[in-house]
Design a protein around this ligand. Structure first.
Ligand code: BTN
Length: 274
């Protein structure tokens, strides 16, 4: 297969493109790891600072939400994990994956002009021919909760960038996509990564200043789940069905069930029914 144009992912090339102050100030770049989230969690335990970033060209055990694998071949996509150590309270914890989804959509729009949408909480979808396909995903996990240390959050982001359709496993081909497939162009991963880290830094700063109004507005604009009839598979079992009405102040999804009860859901897997 022809390698995509664009520079290889090296520390020097990424650093020369970065315009952030905190996120990426400490940067670990690898050819291959098992999972950037795993490595970032180890770094958190070893006391890595806020904003530490891990990037890999390939992952051998890329992890998705709800225990699913994340397909992570070399030379095509972005796999990165960002360590956030100042996001200690639970209100922030619900917002972080949503914030990361906004950052991904904004970075992709800035770099490629493609406008994507978010399925709550943080699936990034492209729409084509009346159907949505998943282009990027986010796995936020807690790490580094030793006594005397703050709880850190590892925000893992996978963006399918230059992946041709045949590189996806058969079962994903109808439901997954990449920027290459959507735009017909190869995209240089480094400017996209640099923009992603900048968008993350700006949103993280507003979250730390407790300014969630801007986040709420941005998320409402980009989220395709709101206003829809949905079925939510709840973490820990069971499901709920109803209309997704709004995002609560702490980032939870407010669902009006078919019996009229209002539920606030903080984790789950959504199916858009209509
Ligand atoms: C999802 O299932 O939607 C979440 C996918 C998250 C994938 C990224 S790739 C970088 C980081 N490392 C991992 O092992 N997973 C996340």
């Amino acid at each position: 297969m022809r390698p995509p144009p664009g520079q290889p992912l090296t520390t020097e090339a990424i650093r020369s493109c970065l315009s952030t102050r905190i996120i990426g100030a400490v940067l670990h770049v690898h050819d291959e790891v098992d999972s950037t989230n795993h490595l970032a969690a180890d770094l958190a335990l070893a006391g890595a600072p806020d904003g530490t970033v891990v990037v890999a060209d390939a992952q051998t055990k890329g992890r998705g939400r709800l225990g699913r694998p994340w397909v992570s071949p070399a030379g095509m996509n972005l796999y990165t994990s960002i360590l956030l150590t100042r996001a200690q309270n639970s209100r922030f914890m619900t917002w972080i994956p949503l914030m990361a989804a906004i950052a991904v959509v904004r970075a992709i729009l800035h770099t490629t002009g493609a406008l994507l949408r978010i399925k709550w909480p943080n699936d990034v979808l492209a729409y084509r021919d009346g159907r949505s396909r998943k282009l990027a995903g986010i796995l936020a996990e807690t790490a580094g909760s030793r006594p005397g240390t703050h709880r850190a959050v590892v925000v893992g982001i996978g963006i399918n960038v230059n992946m041709p359709i045949e590189a996806f496993p058969d079962d994903l081909q109808p439901i997954a996509t990449s920027l290459l497939i959507e735009t017909g162009r190869h995209i240089d991963r480094i400017p996209l990564l640099a923009r992603l880290l900048l968008e993350m830094e700006q949103l993280y700063e507003s979250l730390l200043e407790q300014e969630t109004d801007g986040l709420t507005t941005a998320y409402h604009e980009l989220c395709d789940t709101l206003g829809r009839q949905v079925r939510i598979e709840l973490v820990g079992g069971g499901h709920a069905e109803g209309t997704a009405e709004a995002i609560a102040e702490d980032g939870a999804l407010r669902l009006r069930t078919n019996t009229g009860t209002i539920l606030e859901i903080r984790a789950g897997d959504v199916v858009h029914l209509r």
